[in-house]
Write a protein that binds this ligand. Structure first.
Ligand code: PAF
Length: 286
């Protein structure tokens, strides 16, 4: 695997690969890689001739009081994992390479309604930061296919829509969430959990499963169901940002007649903000 820190250093060999007719798969990350990230690389490897992963802790998607400063940076261990997974190029730029004009660029991507919902309501500007950096990375790498985890369901929906609306000639693939045996979704932020919090954290996934089952049994009062789940999480020591039942296709609030659903949760446990979701289909007549 070759590691490139500059845009031109990466563009040159990729241009050559493209000339040779090779397809390029891209896995954007912020590093501190776990098995979930590696499953994205493996999926890219299976589908494309050449795999590029990026590691860049993007400052513009963090709010002023968030964990940008403490986000784990583990480049050495990450590059070993990527090389072992068969990644061909690691792009690991400095912030000055990605934002040569400074962080307050005059041009950025703004995500309207969907960017202000759910996580966007609690992290103002977050999805503008994500969409802007993903656009920049798409322009730098120019992949045929890009791979994103379904754990960040809202991010995936926003990236899909941005790709379509800004006409990036890129296929976006969502890859299923990997979970620990007790159900906790793998996340770089799980490392913030204390031992006691780690025991408690799988309750987020259990709550999602209970909600899915209740809906499967015919309950359709989503307001009541999600409020009860929110209160249950709160009583168990979480500080929930939201619990919400949405249409899987566009993340609009679900109506009783919708059948392709996703339940999304974000809740703080101590200083860790956990997010998770569960997508499922109801039989049309249920
Ligand atoms: O999901 C992430 O790790 C980040 O939001 C991404 C897509 C790499 C953009 O910084």
């Amino acid at each position: 695997m070759k590691t490139e820190h500059t845009i031109n250093g990466l563009r040159d060999p990729l241009r050559q690969a493209r000339r040779e007719g090779k397809t390029i798969g891209f896995v954007p990350t912020m590093g501190n890689l776990h098995a979930g990230h590696i499953s994205l690389v493996e999926r890219a490897k299976a589908q494309c001739d050449l795999v590029v992963a990026s590691i860049f802790v993007n400052p513009t998607q963090f709010g002023a009081n968030e964990d940008f400063g403490t986000y784990p940076r583990t480049l050495e261990a990450d590059s070993q994992l990527l090389a072992a997974a068969g990644c061909d190029f690691l792009f690991a730029p400095a912030a000055t390479e990605m934002y040569a004009n400074g962080l307050n660029q005059s041009t950025s991507v703004h995500v309207a309604e969907l960017g202000k919902e759910l996580c966007g309501a609690h992290r103002p500007g977050h999805f503008d930061g994500v969409s802007s950096v993903v656009s920049k990375l798409f322009n730098i790498v120019q992949p045929d296919t890009a791979f994103f985890g379904e754990k960040d369901f809202q991010q995936l929906a926003i990236v899909r829509r941005m790709t379509q609306e800004l006409n990036f000639p890129i296929t976006i693939i969502g890859v299923p969430t990997l979970r620990a045996e007790d159900g906790l979704a793998l996340s770089s932020r799980n490392g913030y959990l204390s031992a006691a919090e780690r025991q408690q954290a799988p309750m987020v996934y259990r709550t999602l499963c209970q909600l899915r089952d209740a809906i499967g049994y015919g309950q359709r009062d989503y307001e009541m169901l999600t409020e009860a789940a929110r209160q249950h999480l709160q009583k168990s020591g979480f500080d929930p940002d939201y619990v919400s039942v949405r249409r899987a296709s566009d993340l609009l609030p679900a109506k009783a007649e919708d059948t392709a659903l996703v339940i999304l949760v974000a809740a703080r446990l101590g200083k860790t903000r956990l997010i998770d979701n569960l997508a499922f289909e109801l039989p049309a007549s249920a």
